[in-house]
Design a binder for this molecule. Structure first.
Ligand SMILES: [Zn+2]
Ligand SMILES: [Zn+2]
Ligand SMILES: [Zn+2]
Length: 406
């Protein structure tokens, strides 16, 4: 660990390499630890909604006078972020529309800049860095290799003016480490805000029956128990969406993290329902076409599967997202209502997938003039979030006001 955290220790988890376990009891909803990001980056599409420095959501953010693309709470946040923002500020102006590094490249540029400022470290630690994160460069398939090559090229193109870049092989290792160990920062409705690296949280191994959940407060990660834990219990998070059946989950784990899960859930339910190929939606298609594709898939799949089938749910979730994007609250609501019940059954008791669905529905009901249905849904979201986010999280203070105001 980067430092020692009271109540926790690193250990060698059988068959999994390093892991984290508790040395005292923790109750459901209790905070195990909170971890500042080693490095983080706000998504380009969220610019103007959140402060680039502290990820606060605010209406009247102030714009960087130079590039006019980054937004901050105030001068203090802007100054604190300048060492990172200067990597992009002038380049964005110089490249204009052609400035298009991936979020991964943007994060890696920040990691490299941050490492440069850390003095007195052993030279061999210069790249292979962030603790002893696994990299799996040798396990990557060609498609991933090509993506990493493109990211390295983007780093040279957009960042070489401000960064002294390590050699090609070290960069590939770094990209691979960040791909396996990076975290997506999401808001209360699970909408993507940015990407970050948390070395301590990256020590936590995966289970399909997780003992903890990770949530975010600004750019920090918070880890809370969703099961009662006794001394010696391993701290386990889920790396993937738990909606899908065992075989499918393990395909996803192998593809992204190069291992097969052997948790109780995976061992006891090895006979999964037959896999179907879920149509892959082309996200560059215009929303109206996307919705049509969803509807058509749902009709075809509906002939074979019940509404509670996970692939039907997956498709309805996509359709709901498109409706929200197209500002069609009635359409979104009708999909959301169908999704909710099976979701509550398929996911574990404290799941952000379920709480975020309740939030979306609650806000849709209220927007459509049905406050009592809205409040009831928001309260169900809050019950989960009090455990996952903690009672004092600003999401909950905000929700209490939202509910009281109706
Ligand atoms: Zn700020
Ligand atoms: Zn700027
Ligand atoms: Zn499992």
């Amino acid at each position: 660990m980067t430092g020692s955290i009271e109540g926790l220790e690193r250990f060698d988890s059988p068959g999994k390499g390093r892991g984290l376990r508790v040395t005292r009891a923790f109750k459901v909803g209790e905070l195990l630890f909170s971890s500042p990001a080693y490095s983080y980056v706000l998504s380009v599409k969220e610019r103007g909604c959140y402060c680039e420095g502290c990820f606060t959501r605010k209406e009247d953010l102030a714009r960087c006078g130079k590039c006019k693309k980054a937004f901050y709470c105030n001068v203090k946040c802007q100054k604190a972020d300048w060492a990172m923002h200067k990597l992009e500020c002038s380049a964005m102006t110089a490249f204009g529309e052609n400035w298009c590094p991936s979020e991964m490249s943007r994060l890696v540029a920040r990691i490299l800049a941050k490492k440069k400022t850390q003095k007195g470290r052993c030279p061999s630690e210069r790249i292979l860095l962030i603790g002893d994160m696994q990299s799996h460069v040798e396990d990557m398939d060609n498609e991933k290799r090509e993506m990493n090559e493109a990211d390295v090229a983007a780093l040279h193109r957009f960042y070489s003016k401000h960064l002294e870049l390590p050699d090609h092989k070290d960069l590939l290792t770094l990209f691979s480490q960040v791909a396996c160990n990076g975290f997506t920062i999401e808001d209360d409705e699970l909408s993507h805000m940015g990407t970050a690296v948390y070395p301590d949280v990256a020590l936590i191994n995966h289970s399909c029956v997780p003992s903890v959940i990770v949530t975010y407060k600004g750019t920090s990660a918070e880890v809370r128990a969703v099961q009662d834990m006794k001394p010696g219990d391993e701290v386990l998070i889920s790396y993937i969406d738990l909606l899908y059946p065992t075989d499918d989950r393990n395909n996803r784990l192998r593809e992204s993290y190069y291992f097969t899960c052997e948790c109780q859930e995976c061992k006891s339910r090895s006979k999964a329902p037959p896999l179907v190929s879920v149509p892959c939606l082309d996200s560059v298609a215009p929303p109206s076409e996307l919705l049509e594709m969803c509807e058509q898939s749902l009709e075809e799949m509906g002939a074979v599967f019940a509404d509670s089938n996970v692939y039907m749910l997956h498709m309805m979730y996509q359709a709901m997202g498109v409706c929200l994007y197209m500002e069609d609250p009635e359409g979104a609501l009708s999909y959301g209502e169908k999704i909710l019940k099976p979701y509550s059954k398929l996911y574990p008791p404290y799941s952000l997938n379920v709480s975020s669905m309740y939030l979306k529905l609650g806000r849709l009901y209220i927007g459509l003039g049905r406050p009592s249905a809205g409040i009831s849904a928001l309260k169900k979201a809050m019950a989960i979030m009090e455990v996952a986010h903690g009672k004092d999280h600003f999401y909950l203070t905000g929700l209490r006001k939202e509910v009281a105001g109706k």
